[in-house]
Each structure stands twice: as C-alpha cells, then as structure tokens.
Design a protein around this ligand. Structure first.
Ligand code: DLZ
Length: 166
C-alpha cells in the first residue's frame, strides 16, 4: 500500500510551510524513459498546480531523456534564479541488469546535490519500483499520485524556507 503525504497540522508547535502556491515559481522536469508512466505523474503534478493555486505563467515544464539526466537539468533550472522550486519526475523500474541501481541512485543523489548546491528545493518525484503495477498504484487520478504530492511538497518547502531565519 502506498503511503500518502501528511498535510501541515495547526496542532503541531513550530514553524511550518503551507500549501499556498499563489506566489510560487515552479519548474518541472520529466524523464521521457517510461513516458507512458511519467506522463501520469506529470498529469498528477498539473492537478497539484491547481490544488495549490500556482499560476500557469509561473510554471515551466521541460523534458529530460531519462532519470539519469534529471539532476543536471534540475540543477541548471534551480541555479537560474527564475524558480523557487524544481521538481524531477521519473520512473525507474528494476530490470534484469544492475542499471536500475545505477540510474536510481544517480537520480536520487544528483537531485539531493542539486538542491544542496543551489539552495533551491529540488523535489524527488522519481518512482523506483520493482514492477509497472507498483508505478500505476502511485500514479492514479487522486491526491496520492506522486506527481501531485511532489508539487504540494515543493510549495510546502518554498513557504517553509521563506518562514525560516536566513
Ligand atoms: C538505460 C535506462 C534504463 C535501463 N532504465 C531506465 C529507467 O527505468 N528509467 C529511466 O528514467 N531511465 C532509464 N534508462 C535511461 C537512463 O536514465 C539514461 O537516460 C541513459 O542511460 C543515458 O544516459
């Protein structure tokens, strides 16, 4: 069973972000590998823009060849100064070779490094699974779609960082 993203909770003490994306500028980079599946995550992300009130003129979408290439594209967009957050969307499914481990680790480490190097949230919307069925269970038409969750997470990170001391 796929877990789902908990919302900010007013009962929790301490600084939290919000899901108000009305002032958030977002870049979303999607991998073309497994594009019959990544398009489902991108559809979820597009519903996420609406859910968070992100203005269409504040969204830029781009495509990368595969998950391995996502970090560099995200890093360049993050460093541009034009976006408050960047999202990497991809699907890596285990096959018969070690490629899965190499591609999924490169994507995860690279996305983390892109955020650390630029100070801009770079959200990991990459599914790494054993089967296509596991992807489909996380790429449906509801709020548990991992593309949708990636957008909500991006907005929460942007609003959280702006609420914290610099
Ligand atoms: C080569 C490869 C393989 C085997 N599997 C995937 C995958 O499941 N998901 C994905 O996004 N990309 C895959 N790729 C492509 C690599 O990400 C990369 O595009 C190529 O190795 C070229 O650098």
């Amino acid at each position: 069973m796929a877990g789902s993203l908990p919302a900010p909770d007013a009962a929790l003490a301490g600084i939290q972000g919000s899901h108000d994306g009305s002032a958030v500028r977002l870049a979303v980079v999607t991998a073309r590998w497994n594009d019959h599946l990544t398009i489902r995550l991108l559809d979820g992300a597009r519903r996420g823009y609406e859910h968070c009130g992100i203005r269409s003129e504040n969204v830029t979408e781009a495509w990368a060849p595969g998950a391995f290439e996502l970090p560099l594209v995200c890093q360049q967009l993050a460093a541009s100064g034009e976006f408050d957050a960047v999202i990497a969307i991809g699907v890596v499914i285990r096959g018969e070779t070690t490629h899965y481990d190499i591609v999924s680790e490169a994507a995860a480490v690279g996305v983390r490094e892109a955020a650390a190097l630029t100070g801009v949230p770079v959200i990991f919307g990459v599914l790494t699974t054993e089967t296509e069925a596991q992807v489909l269970a996380r790429a449906g038409d509801d709020d548990t779609n991992k593309g949708f969750e990636a957008v909500v997470t991006a907005v929460e990170m942007v609003t959280l960082l702006s609420a914290l001391p610099r």
